[in-house]
Design a protein around this ligand. Sequence first.
Ligand code: SF4
Length: 342
Amino acid sequence: MNKPFTPRLVYFEPQSLDYPLGKELMEKFEKMDVEIRYTTSHNQVRNLPGDNDLQRYRVAKSTLVVGIRKTLKFDTSKPSAEYAIPFATGCMGHCHYCYLQTTMGSKPYIRTYVNVDEILEAADKYMAERAPELTRFEASCTSDIVGIDHLTHSLKKAIEHFGKSDLGKLRFVTKFHHVDHLLDAKHNGRTRFRFSVNADYVIKNFEPGTSPLEKRIEAAGKVARAGYPLGFIVAPIYLHEGWEEGYYHMFEQLEKELPPEAKEDLTFEFIQHRFTKPAKRVIEKNYPMTKLELDEEKRRYKWGKYGIGKYIYQKEDEEDLKSHLFDYMKSFFPNAKLEYFT
Ligand code: SF4
């Protein structure tokens, strides 16, 4: 996806128009070629156009619901942060392995919450409770927040909010390159901006509707030059023909793009490809033509929470992936920190 996301259909919950951001979004969409509807609650979003489930799924992925976040109780987000901070849910991307397919079930549309100030006030309360300890907030647990922020600027507001705080830190991850409006945010070094990156083959085959690798890398360069602490999640690490060269090339391109100071404070997270049985069923339904390898026989079963185990790579493959990626990271970025491999 080279152009920033524009929804095809937008629903407004009426109370959202009591908030400045709700009004602003209404004015914005009225000027654009976008169909606007009203709904008393996002649960009432029905009758999406389409002849079958697959078409309706696609329409839902380009439908935006503008509403209010009623629950101001945040979920926990261990281990990388204390809390998930909710500005949006859902995503316009079509990554075949996206975890949202199973978590969002029959409601894959995107929701944005206009009561941003109330959400930030709730965050302040969480910070006060834990003071003098630091509190970290993760903004991308239920969406790719950067992917819609050019429309709402909620993330920008949050970055500046945490920029002013002594006790809070913000982090998020994205597969999109539309970061220009975030470059002048007064982040004060308190937001870690992470990009999800992968071998070119993986992005091209399994991540339709997101930004290409070279665009993500270029955006990472801009973000680094804007002084943000930077991080990369390499996920899902996926075995494919030529994977060694694919991942090597990715690190090589990153090294070329990043300014020297960014390389001194860089984090990596490595996540191998995995799937559960329920996820496999959803993937095959939503992306029936996928080339994604989902063969339980080729994998190792790892017991999981609530009895839903996951299929990860065989020990030998896992070691091979791990040692290659670790070596690439160390040779291109000797001072980077690997937060985990899982
Ligand atoms: Fe899911 Fe992230 Fe892809 Fe969006 S960009 S579809 S949140 S994996």
